[in-house]
Design a protein around this ligand. Structure first.
Ligand code: AMP
Length: 282
């Protein structure tokens, strides 16, 4: 396995790949857990050459967010990649990706990027679509792998690829969870033992909403208000949003008649966690 840290060397590596070989790509910010590994394993299965990038992207963090403290352990992540049979880890420097006078951004405009995460984290998706466009240009993948855990992100990335006519396929894989349902996230490492326990409120809320729907409740407002009450009962939790939306457009749903997605963002002791679940009425 190669660890490549500069853009020119990464490009040269890609240029030397025989024509017709399938290049798979898993973009990450590192701090690996089983969620990342599920993308890497699927990418390994599907591709001739598998590239994993590790880059904590400053442009997707707001000024008050955790860019500085975000978990970084390149050595450990590289070791995991080796074990999984990854061909190349691309870990560029911030200076090379964003030189001091950097001023070019790629933005998916409109509702999809301004609602929910976009509303709570202004500029977040602009940072993501900018870094991904840069990485896609460097790596030229045939397929890129994303997790459903970041539900809105995967829709935004699909729109980016479609509208910029990028010649690649986006593959989305299911959320990997702990035994108690907590979605794996690099940010879970911030949680104290108490907070970790409280964090199960996210998945418990999703399950409760599913249960309510399966029992015939169709009024999204009623389901949301029930969940909000449940979350408010957890002293360490503070709700950012709870929404029931159309899986493709993220438009708010009033009456649940077909598959919907329940999306939520909750702060647990100051650490912001997100999760989601697709729910189909019987
Ligand atoms: P990150 O390093 O957090 O930017 O995540 C890199 C990729 O891993 C993104 O496509 C995420 O959606 C995906 N991912 C993060 N957590 C999970 C999880 N628990 N299950 C599946 N995929 C995940």
């Amino acid at each position: 396995m190669e660890l490549i840290k500069d853009i020119d060397r990464m490009r040269t590596y890609i240029e030397r790949i025989e024509k017709g070989k399938i290049i798979g790509f898993v973009p990450t910010m590192g701090g690996f857990h089983e969620g990342h590994l599920s993308l890497i394993r699927k990418g390994r299965e599907d591709s001739d050459v598998l590239v994993v990038s590790i880059f904590v992207n400053p442009t997707q963090f707001g000024p008050e967010e955790d860019f500085e403290s975000y978990p970084r352990d390149l050595e450990r992540d590289v070791k995991w990649c080796k074990q999984e049979g990854v061909d190349v880890v691309f870990a560029p420097s911030r200076e090379e990706m964003y030189p001091d006078d950097y001023s070019t951004f790629v933005e998916v405009e409109g509702y999809l990027t301004s609602t929910l995460e976009g509303n709570s984290r202004p500029g977040h998706f602009r940072g993501i679509t900018t870094i991904l466009t840069k990485l896609f240009n460097i790596v030229s993948p045939d397929r890129s792998y994303f997790g459903e855990k970041d539900y809105q992100q995967h829709l935004v990335v699909r729109k980016l690829v479609r509208e910029l006519n990028l010649n690649m396929e986006i593959v989305t894989l299911p959320t990997v969870r702990e035994k108690d349902g907590l979605a794996l996230s690099s940010r879970n490492s911030y949680l104290t033992r108490e907070e970790r326990k409280a964090a199960t409120i996210l998945y418990r809320s999703l399950l409760r909403a599913k249960e309510n729907t399966l029992q015939g409740i169709r009024d999204a407002k009623a389901i949301i208000s029930d969940i909000k009450d449940l979350i408010r009962g957890e002293p360490l939790a503070r709700i950012d949003y709870v929404a029931i939306v159309d899986p493709a457009t993220l438009k708010m749903i009033e009456k649940i008649e077909k598959e919907v997605v329940l999306l939520l963002a909750v702060k647990i002791g100051g650490h912001r966690l997100i999760d989601n679940l697709r729910i189909r009425p019987l």
